[in-house]
Design a protein around this ligand. Structure first.
Ligand code: SF4
Length: 83
């Protein structure tokens, strides 16, 4: 069994073309997604550490729960996270 590295971080990215703006992602990942006045998601652009497992789990819930498959998790290298 290997050791999984938790270095680096992640951000959530929204594809605005696919997004329908019903805002399920903000319910599933309230710490990472807020809604604008029209209900479209505004994602936190500051990378979150991969070691923050509760935030990563929230992000995965949001990605899985997005009915339009408009969300994805983008990995950010440790160097970029610190920049
Ligand atoms: S759940 Fe998906 S489609 Fe709905 S607002 Fe969020 S990103 Fe857009």
């Amino acid at each position: 069994m290997g050791v999984r590295r938790r270095a680096g971080g992640f951000t959530l990215a929204v594809n605005p073309i696919l997004c329908d703006g019903f805002g399920h992602c903000a319910e599933l990942a309230p710490d990472l997604v807020h809604l604008d006045e029209w209900g479209y998601p505004i994602v936190e652009r500051t990378p979150v550490a991969l070691s923050n497992l509760s935030a990563l789990e929230s992000a995965r819930f949001a990605v899985r729960g997005c009915p339009r498959q408009a969300l994805r998790i983008e990995r950010v290298a440790e160097e970029e996270r610190r920049a």
